[in-house]
Design a protein around this ligand. Structure first.
Ligand SMILES: Nc1ncnc2c1ncn2[C@@H]1O[C@H](COP(=O)(O)OP(=O)(O)OP(=O)(O)O)[C@@H](O)[C@H]1O
Ligand SMILES: [Mg+2]
Length: 144
């Protein structure tokens, strides 16, 4: 299975991004805060419908926008799959597989098989609780 491409619209810091991947190893590199992890987060969303950081949908929508879209094309056993996610501020996300809307998020499971390694991420500063750090899940070490 390979991820052939990811397209982002109003997702995190990306107004529009279209990225094609090649077979084998793909390396994303860049300065801090340029959006590398955001691309991985989009891949994780396409696999699990959830953010690896535990972010809510509305937090992943580009600042000042109402909706975000992620389109991921996967090739598996010579078959192409298109996963579309539509993140909304006030409503549940829309999920479509090969342009057919799905009723349950779980129907997407197993299409994009992903192993996600990351450091930190689960250290999350809860603004609502006065900036106290709270640790969720399986973070290994903080990355600031
Ligand atoms: N909802 C949002 N709207 C707009 N920009 C956002 C949103 N959420 C996060 N960002 C921006 O995304 C950027 C961080 O992206 P990301 O964490 O992917 O960077 P990175 O390249 O992985 O950095 P590092 O090398 O430090 O890990 C920051 O500039 C942040 O302001
Ligand atoms: Mg990062």
């Amino acid at each position: 299975m390979i991820i052939k491409s990811i397209q982002l619209h109003n997702f995190r810091n990306y107004e529009d991004l279209s990225i094609d991947f090649t077979e084998g190893t793909n390396i994303l590199y860049g300065e801090n805060a340029q959006g590398k992890t955001n691309i991985l987060e989009a891949a994780n969303l396409s696999s699990t419908t959830k953010s690896h950081k535990g972010s809510k949908d509305k937090e992943m929508i580009r600042f000042g926008q109402e909706e975000a879209h992620i389109k991921t094309i996967i090739e598996k056993k010579q078959t192409l799959y298109e996963i579309d996610l539509h993140l909304k501020k006030q409503k549940n996300k829309g999920i479509a597989l090969n342009r057919i809307p799905l009723k349950k998020a779980s129907e997407i499971y197993g299409i994009l098989n992903l192993i996600f390694f990351f450091s930190g991420g689960f250290i999350h500063y809860q603004k609502r609780s006065g900036g106290t750090p709270e640790i969720y899940g399986r973070g290994i070490m903080p990355d600031g």
